[in-house]
Design a binder for this molecule. Structure first.
Ligand code: NCD
Length: 333
Protein backbone atom coordinates (compact mmCIF):
# COMPACT_ATOMS: atom_id res chain seq x y z
CA UNK A 1 0.00 0.00 0.00
CA UNK A 2 1.50 3.42 -0.91
CA UNK A 3 2.38 5.48 2.12
CA UNK A 4 0.61 8.76 2.63
CA UNK A 5 2.63 11.97 2.91
CA UNK A 6 2.13 14.30 5.87
CA UNK A 7 0.10 16.72 3.74
CA UNK A 8 -2.25 13.96 2.59
CA UNK A 9 -2.70 12.67 6.14
CA UNK A 10 -3.63 16.12 7.45
CA UNK A 11 -5.92 16.78 4.47
CA UNK A 12 -7.81 13.58 5.21
CA UNK A 13 -8.08 14.41 8.91
CA UNK A 14 -9.80 17.69 8.03
CA UNK A 15 -12.96 15.67 7.37
CA UNK A 16 -15.72 16.34 9.95
CA UNK A 17 -15.95 12.62 10.82
CA UNK A 18 -12.55 12.83 12.55
CA UNK A 19 -13.28 15.90 14.65
CA UNK A 20 -13.92 15.58 18.37
CA UNK A 21 -16.19 18.64 18.67
CA UNK A 22 -19.30 16.56 19.27
CA UNK A 23 -17.76 14.08 21.67
CA UNK A 24 -15.23 11.29 21.93
CA UNK A 25 -17.33 8.14 22.13
CA UNK A 26 -16.02 5.52 19.65
CA UNK A 27 -13.71 8.10 18.03
CA UNK A 28 -10.12 7.54 16.95
CA UNK A 29 -7.36 9.67 18.45
CA UNK A 30 -4.90 10.02 15.57
CA UNK A 31 -3.76 13.63 15.52
CA UNK A 32 -3.88 16.84 17.54
CA UNK A 33 -5.59 18.46 14.54
CA UNK A 34 -8.81 16.64 15.52
CA UNK A 35 -9.05 18.77 18.68
CA UNK A 36 -10.36 22.23 19.43
CA UNK A 37 -10.04 24.20 22.66
CA UNK A 38 -13.17 22.66 24.12
CA UNK A 39 -12.20 19.06 23.44
CA UNK A 40 -8.69 19.63 24.82
CA UNK A 41 -10.14 20.99 28.06
CA UNK A 42 -12.58 18.10 28.22
CA UNK A 43 -9.62 15.70 28.36
CA UNK A 44 -7.86 17.81 30.99
CA UNK A 45 -10.99 18.09 33.11
CA UNK A 46 -11.61 14.33 32.89
CA UNK A 47 -8.00 13.63 33.85
CA UNK A 48 -8.42 15.86 36.90
CA UNK A 49 -11.62 14.09 37.97
CA UNK A 50 -10.03 10.67 37.56
CA UNK A 51 -7.00 11.69 39.59
CA UNK A 52 -9.30 12.79 42.43
CA UNK A 53 -11.11 9.43 42.61
CA UNK A 54 -9.89 6.65 44.88
CA UNK A 55 -8.64 3.45 43.28
CA UNK A 56 -11.83 1.57 44.16
CA UNK A 57 -14.08 4.06 42.36
CA UNK A 58 -11.73 4.16 39.39
CA UNK A 59 -11.57 0.43 38.97
CA UNK A 60 -15.19 0.06 37.84
CA UNK A 61 -15.07 2.60 35.02
CA UNK A 62 -13.91 0.31 32.20
CA UNK A 63 -15.07 -2.99 33.65
CA UNK A 64 -16.03 -5.37 30.86
CA UNK A 65 -13.99 -3.49 28.25
CA UNK A 66 -10.86 -4.84 26.63
CA UNK A 67 -7.96 -2.93 25.14
CA UNK A 68 -5.02 -4.10 23.02
CA UNK A 69 -1.74 -2.14 23.18
CA UNK A 70 0.40 -2.90 20.13
CA UNK A 71 3.84 -1.26 19.91
CA UNK A 72 6.09 -1.56 16.84
CA UNK A 73 8.72 0.82 18.28
CA UNK A 74 10.49 0.99 21.64
CA UNK A 75 8.77 2.67 24.54
CA UNK A 76 8.89 2.82 28.31
CA UNK A 77 6.51 5.57 29.42
CA UNK A 78 3.83 5.54 26.75
CA UNK A 79 3.47 1.75 26.76
CA UNK A 80 3.48 1.34 30.53
CA UNK A 81 1.16 4.25 31.14
CA UNK A 82 -1.45 2.99 28.66
CA UNK A 83 -1.32 -0.49 30.21
CA UNK A 84 -1.59 1.00 33.69
CA UNK A 85 -4.33 3.44 32.68
CA UNK A 86 -6.47 0.64 31.24
CA UNK A 87 -5.88 -1.70 34.17
CA UNK A 88 -6.51 0.89 36.85
CA UNK A 89 -9.88 1.65 35.23
CA UNK A 90 -10.77 -2.05 35.34
CA UNK A 91 -10.35 -2.97 31.66
CA UNK A 92 -8.76 -6.18 30.41
CA UNK A 93 -5.54 -5.09 28.73
CA UNK A 94 -3.39 -7.17 26.44
CA UNK A 95 -0.06 -5.72 25.36
CA UNK A 96 2.49 -6.74 22.75
CA UNK A 97 5.57 -4.61 23.14
CA UNK A 98 7.87 -5.96 20.44
CA UNK A 99 5.45 -6.19 17.53
CA UNK A 100 8.23 -6.32 14.93
CA UNK A 101 9.80 -9.34 16.62
CA UNK A 102 6.99 -11.12 18.42
CA UNK A 103 3.90 -10.67 16.27
CA UNK A 104 3.09 -11.87 12.77
CA UNK A 105 4.50 -8.55 11.50
CA UNK A 106 7.79 -10.47 11.69
CA UNK A 107 6.36 -12.94 9.15
CA UNK A 108 5.29 -10.11 6.84
CA UNK A 109 1.68 -9.54 7.88
CA UNK A 110 0.37 -6.12 6.84
CA UNK A 111 -0.73 -3.57 9.42
CA UNK A 112 -4.41 -3.64 8.30
CA UNK A 113 -4.46 -7.45 8.58
CA UNK A 114 -2.97 -7.37 12.07
CA UNK A 115 -5.42 -4.69 13.18
CA UNK A 116 -8.39 -6.59 11.71
CA UNK A 117 -7.22 -9.75 13.47
CA UNK A 118 -7.05 -8.07 16.87
CA UNK A 119 -10.46 -6.52 16.23
CA UNK A 120 -11.88 -9.94 15.32
CA UNK A 121 -10.81 -11.18 18.74
CA UNK A 122 -13.26 -8.76 20.30
CA UNK A 123 -11.23 -5.89 21.74
CA UNK A 124 -12.98 -2.56 22.21
CA UNK A 125 -10.03 -0.29 21.38
CA UNK A 126 -6.47 -0.52 20.07
CA UNK A 127 -3.60 1.68 21.25
CA UNK A 128 -0.63 1.54 18.91
CA UNK A 129 2.82 2.96 18.16
CA UNK A 130 4.34 2.44 14.72
CA UNK A 131 7.25 3.78 12.67
CA UNK A 132 5.16 4.89 9.65
CA UNK A 133 3.72 8.42 9.64
CA UNK A 134 0.38 7.20 8.28
CA UNK A 135 0.13 4.08 10.49
CA UNK A 136 -2.55 5.27 12.90
CA UNK A 137 -4.71 6.57 10.06
CA UNK A 138 -4.30 3.33 8.10
CA UNK A 139 -5.26 1.34 11.20
CA UNK A 140 -8.25 3.57 11.91
CA UNK A 141 -9.55 3.00 8.39
CA UNK A 142 -9.20 -0.78 8.77
CA UNK A 143 -11.61 -1.26 11.67
CA UNK A 144 -14.57 0.48 13.30
CA UNK A 145 -13.30 0.38 16.88
CA UNK A 146 -11.27 3.33 18.20
CA UNK A 147 -7.55 3.52 17.44
CA UNK A 148 -5.39 5.60 19.78
CA UNK A 149 -2.10 6.83 18.37
CA UNK A 150 0.78 6.33 20.82
CA UNK A 151 3.28 7.73 18.30
CA UNK A 152 3.22 7.51 14.50
CA UNK A 153 6.55 7.79 12.70
CA UNK A 154 8.01 11.28 12.76
CA UNK A 155 4.64 12.94 12.53
CA UNK A 156 2.47 12.82 15.60
CA UNK A 157 2.26 11.90 19.27
CA UNK A 158 -1.07 13.39 20.33
CA UNK A 159 -1.38 11.82 23.79
CA UNK A 160 2.07 13.14 24.70
CA UNK A 161 1.02 16.63 23.58
CA UNK A 162 -2.08 16.46 25.80
CA UNK A 163 -0.06 15.43 28.84
CA UNK A 164 2.45 18.15 28.02
CA UNK A 165 -0.30 20.78 27.96
CA UNK A 166 -1.58 19.52 31.31
CA UNK A 167 1.96 19.85 32.65
CA UNK A 168 2.37 23.35 31.21
CA UNK A 169 -0.85 24.57 32.83
CA UNK A 170 0.04 22.99 36.19
CA UNK A 171 3.64 24.13 36.26
CA UNK A 172 2.90 27.71 35.16
CA UNK A 173 0.36 27.85 38.02
CA UNK A 174 -2.66 27.94 35.77
CA UNK A 175 -1.50 30.37 33.07
CA UNK A 176 -3.62 30.31 29.93
CA UNK A 177 -1.62 28.43 27.28
CA UNK A 178 -2.14 31.32 24.87
CA UNK A 179 0.14 33.43 27.06
CA UNK A 180 2.86 30.79 27.43
CA UNK A 181 6.03 31.11 25.38
CA UNK A 182 7.47 27.63 24.74
CA UNK A 183 11.02 27.26 23.42
CA UNK A 184 11.41 23.91 21.68
CA UNK A 185 15.02 22.72 21.78
CA UNK A 186 16.81 19.85 20.05
CA UNK A 187 15.53 17.64 17.25
CA UNK A 188 12.72 19.67 15.73
CA UNK A 189 12.86 17.83 12.43
CA UNK A 190 12.21 14.25 13.49
CA UNK A 191 10.75 14.83 16.96
CA UNK A 192 7.06 13.97 16.78
CA UNK A 193 6.46 15.30 20.29
CA UNK A 194 7.52 18.77 19.09
CA UNK A 195 5.24 18.54 16.08
CA UNK A 196 2.18 17.57 18.11
CA UNK A 197 2.77 19.90 21.06
CA UNK A 198 3.50 22.99 18.96
CA UNK A 199 0.32 22.47 16.97
CA UNK A 200 -1.76 21.76 20.07
CA UNK A 201 -0.45 24.94 21.73
CA UNK A 202 -1.32 26.83 18.54
CA UNK A 203 -4.85 25.42 18.66
CA UNK A 204 -5.02 26.79 22.22
CA UNK A 205 -4.09 30.20 20.86
CA UNK A 206 -0.40 30.37 21.82
CA UNK A 207 0.97 33.54 20.30
CA UNK A 208 4.69 32.99 20.53
CA UNK A 209 7.02 29.99 20.12
CA UNK A 210 10.78 29.65 19.71
CA UNK A 211 12.59 26.81 17.99
CA UNK A 212 16.25 26.16 18.83
CA UNK A 213 18.15 23.63 16.77
CA UNK A 214 21.14 23.18 14.50
CA UNK A 215 20.30 23.85 10.84
CA UNK A 216 20.00 20.14 9.97
CA UNK A 217 17.36 19.54 12.65
CA UNK A 218 15.13 22.53 11.89
CA UNK A 219 11.37 22.39 12.17
CA UNK A 220 9.75 21.13 8.92
CA UNK A 221 8.83 24.16 6.86
CA UNK A 222 5.25 22.96 6.37
CA UNK A 223 4.71 22.87 10.14
CA UNK A 224 6.29 26.31 10.57
CA UNK A 225 3.85 27.64 7.98
CA UNK A 226 0.88 25.95 9.65
CA UNK A 227 1.82 27.53 12.98
CA UNK A 228 2.14 30.95 11.35
CA UNK A 229 -1.26 30.50 9.69
CA UNK A 230 -2.67 29.76 13.14
CA UNK A 231 -1.32 33.12 14.25
CA UNK A 232 1.87 32.07 16.03
CA UNK A 233 4.90 34.33 16.05
CA UNK A 234 7.60 31.76 15.12
CA UNK A 235 11.22 32.50 16.03
CA UNK A 236 13.95 30.12 14.84
CA UNK A 237 17.55 30.15 16.01
CA UNK A 238 20.50 27.86 16.54
CA UNK A 239 21.52 29.65 19.74
CA UNK A 240 19.94 28.62 23.01
CA UNK A 241 21.20 31.83 24.61
CA UNK A 242 18.81 33.80 22.34
CA UNK A 243 15.78 32.48 24.23
CA UNK A 244 16.82 30.81 27.48
CA UNK A 245 16.18 33.87 29.62
CA UNK A 246 12.81 34.63 28.06
CA UNK A 247 10.87 31.42 27.58
CA UNK A 248 8.24 30.28 30.09
CA UNK A 249 8.83 26.65 29.09
CA UNK A 250 12.04 25.05 27.85
CA UNK A 251 10.93 21.89 26.02
CA UNK A 252 14.05 19.83 25.36
CA UNK A 253 14.12 16.80 23.06
CA UNK A 254 16.43 13.93 22.18
CA UNK A 255 18.13 13.83 18.80
CA UNK A 256 16.17 10.99 17.17
CA UNK A 257 19.08 8.75 16.25
CA UNK A 258 16.82 6.07 14.71
CA UNK A 259 15.92 8.26 11.70
CA UNK A 260 19.49 9.08 10.62
CA UNK A 261 20.96 7.34 7.59
CA UNK A 262 24.35 6.83 9.24
CA UNK A 263 26.11 7.11 12.56
CA UNK A 264 28.27 9.93 11.10
CA UNK A 265 25.20 11.95 10.12
CA UNK A 266 23.84 11.48 13.66
CA UNK A 267 27.12 12.55 15.26
CA UNK A 268 27.24 15.64 13.04
CA UNK A 269 23.68 16.61 13.96
CA UNK A 270 24.03 16.08 17.69
CA UNK A 271 23.18 19.26 19.34
CA UNK A 272 25.56 21.21 21.47
CA UNK A 273 22.57 22.67 23.32
CA UNK A 274 23.06 20.74 26.52
CA UNK A 275 21.08 21.88 29.55
CA UNK A 276 23.32 22.15 32.60
CA UNK A 277 22.95 23.96 35.94
CA UNK A 278 24.96 26.79 34.36
CA UNK A 279 22.43 27.11 31.52
CA UNK A 280 19.58 26.96 34.03
CA UNK A 281 21.13 29.87 35.93
CA UNK A 282 20.18 32.02 32.90
CA UNK A 283 16.60 30.71 32.75
CA UNK A 284 13.75 32.54 34.48
CA UNK A 285 13.07 31.75 38.11
CA UNK A 286 9.56 30.64 37.14
CA UNK A 287 10.64 28.76 34.01
CA UNK A 288 9.52 25.15 33.48
CA UNK A 289 12.00 22.62 32.13
CA UNK A 290 10.30 19.79 30.24
CA UNK A 291 11.43 16.77 28.22
CA UNK A 292 9.21 13.97 26.85
CA UNK A 293 11.98 11.52 27.84
CA UNK A 294 13.98 9.39 27.29
CA UNK A 295 16.92 11.80 27.60
CA UNK A 296 20.34 10.79 26.46
CA UNK A 297 22.64 13.68 27.34
CA UNK A 298 20.54 16.75 26.52
CA UNK A 299 19.96 17.47 30.22
CA UNK A 300 22.70 16.62 32.68
CA UNK A 301 21.53 14.62 35.74
CA UNK A 302 22.65 17.40 38.10
CA UNK A 303 19.77 19.50 36.76
CA UNK A 304 17.19 17.02 38.13
CA UNK A 305 17.21 18.52 41.61
CA UNK A 306 16.26 21.95 40.21
CA UNK A 307 12.60 22.52 41.18
CA UNK A 308 11.97 23.83 37.67
CA UNK A 309 12.75 20.37 36.21
CA UNK A 310 9.27 18.96 35.52
CA UNK A 311 10.04 15.92 33.37
CA UNK A 312 9.20 13.26 35.92
CA UNK A 313 5.99 15.08 36.89
CA UNK A 314 5.20 15.06 33.16
CA UNK A 315 5.29 11.24 33.26
CA UNK A 316 2.71 11.10 36.06
CA UNK A 317 0.42 13.39 34.10
CA UNK A 318 0.61 10.89 31.25
CA UNK A 319 -1.13 8.27 33.33
CA UNK A 320 -4.18 10.45 34.07
CA UNK A 321 -4.44 11.93 30.60
CA UNK A 322 -4.40 8.44 29.08
CA UNK A 323 -7.00 7.24 31.58
CA UNK A 324 -9.14 10.19 30.53
CA UNK A 325 -8.85 9.43 26.83
CA UNK A 326 -9.69 5.75 27.32
CA UNK A 327 -12.73 6.62 29.43
CA UNK A 328 -13.94 9.22 26.93
CA UNK A 329 -13.66 7.02 23.84
CA UNK A 330 -14.99 3.86 25.50
CA UNK A 331 -17.79 4.92 27.81
CA UNK A 332 -18.91 8.49 27.99
CA UNK A 333 -17.29 10.91 25.62
C1 NCD B 1 9.08 10.21 22.64
C2 NCD B 1 8.65 9.45 21.40
O1 NCD B 1 8.60 8.23 21.39
O2 NCD B 1 8.30 10.15 20.45
N1 NCD B 1 8.99 9.45 23.80
C3 NCD B 1 7.81 9.45 24.51
O3 NCD B 1 6.81 8.90 24.10
N2 NCD B 1 7.80 10.11 25.68
C4 NCD B 1 10.33 10.96 22.50
C5 NCD B 1 11.60 10.26 22.10
O4 NCD B 1 11.62 9.08 21.81
O5 NCD B 1 12.61 10.96 22.07
Amino acid sequence: MPKLEAQEIFAELEGPEWKLDDGFLKKDIISVTQFNRESIYKVLETAKQLQALDSEARSGILRGKSIAVLFYQPSTRTYTSFIQAGQKLGADVVGIHGMMNYSSAYKGESLPDTIRTVHALGVDAIVMRHFEDDSALVAAKSVDIPIVNGGSGKLEHPTQALLDVRTIIQETKGKDPKDVHVAFIGDLKYGRTVHSLSELMAILGARRMSFVSPEVLRLPMSLGNTLKRRGVDVFETDELSDVVGEADVLYVTRVQREWFSSEEAYERARTSQQITPEVMSHARQDAVLMHPLPRVDEITPDVDADPRAAYFRQVTNGLYVRMALLKLILVDG
